[in-house]
Design a protein around this ligand. Structure first.
Ligand SMILES: [Fe+2]
Length: 252
């Protein structure tokens, strides 16, 4: 099974923000990206969050979410959509999925020979979910709550020898990237990967840190996807295409 990953569309009205972010161009890039996935035989696409930029208004976010939803609906490649911190800027959790027909990823799902685990770090350090209290979020206060860590531990521990897992999260789990982009309790996830996930977790794929990154740590490959919103033109290299039959080096 071939899976295409992409992240950080930051769709919106602005031509340019933050120096190199082009929100108004992201919708066109998404169309090209999904067409590219189609041409390359991608079976499943996964968006790792920050679908909208969330910097103008709630109405603007709703309009852009609806536009993205239409592009995704018109694509022949099914797309699972995770949420990023920007998707909570102007509204809570329910709105994001209620006004779109985005397929919300389950905590774990099977894709070919691989189990995908969707970690959600859109939580404050006190355990409150972003958007739940109507307060503006501090994007650096990003945490994976204990119930997800327990579930991750249980799933890995309970899976038979030889099981294969890829972990996905919008915010960064690669501790080599700029610190403010890293999930505050990333070390707890790394511990689980080293223990319960030993010989089972193959890739850790994230977004959020727009330049993107790649590193090998604790014997695993950490891939941070470059943001789709960066630059004026569509860059097919911002996406990652992986075949689930690909066996990583550490398995020999
Ligand atoms: Fe983000």
């Amino acid at each position: 099974m071939i899976i295409g990953f992409f992240s950080d569309l930051h769709c919106g009205r602005e031509e340019i923000t933050n120096g190199d972010r082009y929100p108004s161009r992201s919708l066109g890039k998404l169309q090209k990206l999904l067409k590219d996935f189609e041409d390359k035989g991608v079976d499943l696409a996964i968006c790792l969050g920050d679908v909208i930029n969330g910097s103008v208004s709630r109405a603007d976010d709703m309009e852009h979410l609806a536009r993205v939803a239409k592009v995704i609906r018109d694509s022949s490649v099914p797309v699972l959509v995770m949420q990023g911190n920007h998707d909570f800027r102007n509204f809570g959790d329910d709105v994001f999925y209620r006004i779109t027909d985005f397929v919300r990823p389950p905590f774990v799902c099977r894709a070919g020979d691989v189990n995908l685990i969707f970690l959600d770090a859109n939580y404050k350090s006190d355990g409150t979910r972003y958007g739940a209290d109507g307060e503006r979020i501090d994007w650096k206060d990003t945490n994976i709550p204990s119930d997800q860590l327990d579930a991750l531990r249980d799933i890995l521990k309970g899976s038979p020898e030889g099981s294969r897992f890829w972990l996905l999260c919008h915010q960064c789990l690669d501790i080599g990237v700029e610190e403010r982009h890293i999930v505050n309790n990333a070390d707890e996830v790394l511990d689980i990967i080293c223990n319960e996930g030993k010989d089972k977790v193959e890739f850790i794929i994230c977004g959020h840190y727009h330049p993107g990154a790649y590193s090998i740590d604790i014997g695993r490959e950490f891939i941070t996807l470059p943001a789709v919103c960066t630059g004026k033109d569509f860059n097919p290299d911002a996406a990652l295409i992986l075949d689930t039959s690909h066996i990583p080096n550490f398995r020999g």
